[in-house]
Write a protein that binds this ligand. Structure first.
Ligand code: GRF
Length: 202
């Protein structure tokens, strides 16, 4: 009997290049999983366009559409339920995941961060800020980290990490590109690991 595919939602705010890489990775690695939903706080993000073009449900959800944060969280949870979501992947999502969602999906939310956590994570460490901080600290290596999401920014258990060199001539933009190429490779691998762990009951 072919096992039912696990249903994934991706949360994005931007261009969604990790989302695109994940979608290709799920297919090429024949994961027992599919991305069925993209949630974005930005209606016109590249990720939303990509989802629509590829027949993936694209839902724009932002706190600003609701009278209270609680109502926003309720809608978020009921959307995840409506699409029967098993796992959530954050791929360039710039908002904090509400505690109620973290609790409902404990151990089932991953994030990708463009540095070697626990260094260069936390509040304000997003986009080019991260790479600028790495260069300012004169690090010789940076990289990408996939980790579980808990109630604190960038602090959950690490699933996978891959390093890249930092060159003396690097600008934040150049380093970001080098790291992003690695991100695209490791996110699918981390999902594979996650599913493997769950299948073996770990
Ligand atoms: C990536 O660098 C990711 O690590 C970070 O946000 C960026 C998103 O890029 N969380 P993209 O939208 O996937 O291209």
């Amino acid at each position: 009997m072919i096992p039912e595919k696990k249903r994934f939602a991706v949360f994005c705010s931007g261009q969604g290049s990790n989302f695109k890489a994940l979608r290709s990775g799920f297919i090429s690695e024949q994961l027992p999983a599919e991305i069925v939903l993209c949630i974005s706080n930005r209606s016109k993000s590249g990720a939303m366009f990509f989802a629509k073009e590829h027949g993936i449900a694209a839902v724009h959800l932002s706190e600003k559409q609701f009278q209270s944060f609680e109502l926003f969280v309720e809608e978020l949870l009921s959307t995840l339920k409506r699409y029967k979501i098993d796992y959530i992947l954050l791929a360039g999502y710039l908002k904090k995941i509400p505690p109620k969602v973290v609790q409902a999906y404990a151990g089932k939310i991953l994030n990708i961060h463009p540095a070697l956590l626990p260094k260069f994570g936390g509040d304000g460490m997003y986009g080019l800020n991260v790479h600028q901080a790495v260069i300012d600290a004169k690090e010789k290596e940076s990289g990408a980290t996939v980790h579980f999401v808990d109630e604190e920014y960038d602090r959950g258990k690490i699933v996978l990490q891959k390093k890249v060199p930092v060159l003396e001539t690097d600008t934040p933009e150049i380093l970001a590109e080098r790291v992003l190429r690695v991100e695209h490779k490791i996110y699918t691998k981390a999902v594979q690991k996650l599913l493997g762990w769950n299948q073996s009951g770990v």
